[in-house]
Design a protein around this ligand. Structure first.
Ligand code: FAD
Length: 464
């Protein structure tokens, strides 16, 4: 028998439940490894994300001995056509859980079902440790707050990595050339092998210090696995199994880091769960916290937004983050939080505008993680930082980039300023670099504006 394994956000061959199911269902037969280049994705996704995707597909094709079958077109047309071409008995996928993927899959499922010889679309596993929608609180409703969600997530647990000794026989079919990407795929090499190597190195060298270093953008203290997880080059379950071993065998410092790292994977699942229950959270605030008319609009707001995009706000830590993003397609998590907060609470630009820029520029751009993290920073999410918690761009820089290395690395105009003074070049008076912009706004004043807007919204809500 022949089956189709349709790869999407699971660009790997190990620990791949859908692939194992496809292989089982094929029996002594063979599996088509299919990737569909969907014009809808190609039209909308940012160049760095697509560049990484192409690099990852090349790596997958290499792992499959050149047997990856690439076809371009609407999945609802292409997938049934390939199934027909090989007389497949089933099309196997890892479940899509975000709004675009869910819509696409129901169209493909219908098309496969309506074919002259109907074929099932079989979903096995998802890109998450615990599938979105699976966990509900005692009253049978979705968790609103992260900490109880994580408690339930830990109690629920996850399957061990899926393994099999049987090799897969791949069906050789004509395949299209992968497109040459416009962007650069970022600083971390793509593909399952590269991701596995990076994870192993991180386990040995990075994990023990993770809890203390993860907030420091001046250090290489995090795993840099977000793009690999986004495209499923590694499954979080694989990481969680290794973390359990590290926790069992490690010293108290490593055990602490294991807990913190595991928590980040729980956040990943929590955001996916939020989007599952609230598909419109990709564009709509789950809790409006300021009046709609308090957002900055018009040419002045556009100019402020452009300055933010280019890393020219005059606040060095914010500018370093934005320039890291522009240059590499990556930004450290701490800098993501501070730059996002600055846009929403200092420049009063709606989070959706910043989120769109991030989606366009990030190599790891992911609709659930990006939009829900933006909502967290903006204070509009399900369990979000309260609106009154406003990141101070200078204090954050001094705390998390204490010697100023991160700023000097990404903002060349400030390279001659030694130490932490780089966070406040305006204090250098005549010695301040001439080519670095003045501060766009006064943080102290804009903070008060943001707080007043939030108070006005609260008062309006209380009246209703
Ligand atoms: P590590 O610290 O090594 O963490 C390990 C893994 O845990 C990450 O690879 C990621 O999969 C997950 N993780 C870590 N932090 C978070 C978090 N806050 N929320 C959810 N998962 C997390 N992450 C994306 O993958 N795609 C995005 O589009 C994205 N957009 C973001 C936008 C904003 C405004 C903010 C504040 C955060 C965003 N994040 C996003 C989350 C986080 O910044 C990145 O996952 C992280 O910086 C990736 O670096 P790392 O792999 O070295 O992380």
């Amino acid at each position: 028998m022949t089956t189709v394994c349709w790869f999407r956000r699971d660009l790997r061959v190990r620990d791949h439940p859908a692939l194992l199911t496809a292989r089982e269902a094929a029996g002594d037969g063979a599996v088509v490894a299919l990737y569909v280049l969907d014009p809808a994705l190609w039209r909308t996704a940012g160049a760095p994300r697509l560049a990484y995707l192409v690099a990852s597909l090349r790596a997958l094709d290499e792992q499959l001995g050149g047997r990856l079958v690439v076809r371009t077109g609407e999945p609802a047309t292409v997938v049934p056509a390939v199934a027909r071409e090989v007389g497949a008995t089933g099309v196997h996928v890892s479940a899509a859980t975000e709004p675009f993927g869910r819509r696409r899959d129901s169209m493909v499922e219908r098309a496969l079902h309506d074919a002259a010889r109907p074929v099932p679309l079989v979903a096995t596993g998802s890109p998450y440790a615990v599938a979105p929608g699976r966990l509900l609180n005692r009253s049978g409703t979705p968790f609103q707050v992260f900490t109880p969600y994580r408690t339930a997530w830990l109690a629920h647990g996850w399957h061990s990595p899926a393994t099999s000794d049987r090799p897969t026989t791949w069906v050789p079919l004509p395949s299209e050339e992968l497109p040459a990407p416009e962007g650069t795929p970022g600083v971390t090499p793509a593909g399952e092998r590269a991701a596995t190597e990076r994870w192993q190195t991180f386990l040995d060298e990075g994990l023990p210090g993770y809890a203390t270093h993860r907030d420091r953008p001046d250090l290489a203290g995090t795993s840099r696995l977000s793009a690999a997880l986004r495209w499923g080059e590694l499954h979080p379950r694989t990481l969680l199994a290794d973390l359990a071993t590290a926790e069992r065998d490690g010293d108290p410092t490593t055990q602490d880091s294991v807990r913190v790292f595991r928590s980040q994977l729980a956040w990943r699942d929590f955001h996916a769960d939020t989007l599952w229950h609230h598909p419109d959270a990709r564009s709509r605030s789950l809790r409006p916290v300021v009046p709609d008319d308090s957002w900055a609009t018009g040419p002045h707001a556009d100019a402020a937004f452009d300055a933010w995009c280019q890393g020219r706000t005059g606040y060095p830590f914010v500018d370093a983050g934005m320039r890291e993003l522009l240059t590499t397609g990556f930004m450290h998590n701490r800098a993501r939080m501070v730059t996002a907060s600055f846009l929403v609470k200092d420049l009063h630009v709606p989070w959706q505008r910043g989120a769109a820029l991030f989606l366009d520029r990030l190599v790891d751009a992911d609709i659930a993680q990006n939009q829900l993290n933006w909502q967290w920073v903006a204070g509009t999410g399900r369990d979000a930082a309260p609106f009154f918690r406003i990141f101070h761009p200078v204090t954050q820089g001094r705390r998390f980039d204490p010697d100023g290395h991160y700023v000097r690395r990404w903002v060349p105009e400030l390279r001659d300023i030694a130490g932490a003074s780089v966070h406040e070049p305006w204090l250098l008076g005549l010695h301040a670099p001439q080519d670095y912009p003045e501060r766009l706004v006064d943080h102290a004043a804009e903070r008060l504006v943001a707080l007043a807007d939030a108070a006005a919204a609260r008062a309006a809500r209380a009246e209703h």
